[in-house]
Design a protein around this ligand. Structure first.
Ligand code: ATP
Ligand code: MG
Length: 174
């Protein structure tokens, strides 16, 4: 799957609605320290269902919502829209929205879905929130230092079979 477009509103430092088109090929994000480069990568992970405070550099879920500055009030919600293009050429629009104190809601192509459905969709397309397709700061050193079991998990994400473990655990618990 290719990520074609990203829309952010109220997400971390992206307070005003912002839209980015991502062309095929390698994309680099450059800018001074603190301008929001890592926040962009986190927005991609977040819309894919990521919740871990470590990956999101946050304490609580609501920390992804623009927290306000001396001159700007905080926002009540954050929304990220990712438009992807599947290997079959079909467009896929995934929306995650969080409201302060009220948690997250997800939509795929206009339909309300569960967080798990979104995570599985991306895991099957080998582009999930933990996929090696998204290389964040410090990740290369982590791959080198990883234990064999951790390295296997990375390979499984890359191969698009990570979702199988989730489905097996689900089936076994029924
Ligand atoms: P570096 O080059 O140092 O890696 P960067 O371009 O990756 O920098 P980010 O870490 O993406 O920068 O952005 C950090 C900025 O985002 C900080 O200024 C921080 O205050 C701001 N930020 C993070 N979360 C929020 C939030 N909830 N509300 C407002 N601003 C936020
Ligand atoms: Mg950074």
């Amino acid at each position: 799957m290719l990520i074609r477009r990203l829309k952010l509103s109220g997400f971390k430092s992206f307070v005003e609605p912002s839209e980015l088109r991502i062309e095929p090929g390698l994309t680099g994000v450059v800018g001074p320290n603190g301008c929001g480069k890592s926040n962009l990568l986190e927005a991609i992970r977040w819309v894919m269902g990521e919740n871990s405070p470590k990956s999101m550099r946050s304490g609580g879920m609501d920390d992804v919502i623009f927290a306000g500055t001396a001159s700007r009030p905080q926002r009540d919600f954050a929304e990220v829209v990712l438009t992807g293009q599947g290997d079959d050429g079909e467009e896929l629009e995934v929306v995650r929205r969080i409201e302060r104190g009220a948690g997250s809601a997800y939509r795929v192509n206009g339909r309300d879905v569960r967080a798990k459905d979104v995570a599985l969709t991306f895991a099957d397309a080998a582009t999930g929130a933990h996929s090696p397709a998204l290389v964040s700061q410090g990740k290369i050193a982590q791959v080198i230092a990883a234990k064999p079991a951790e390295r296997r998990m990375m390979l499984e994400e890359a191969a698009g079979i990570a979702g199988l473990h989730v489905r097996r655990r689900d089936a076994e618990s029924k």
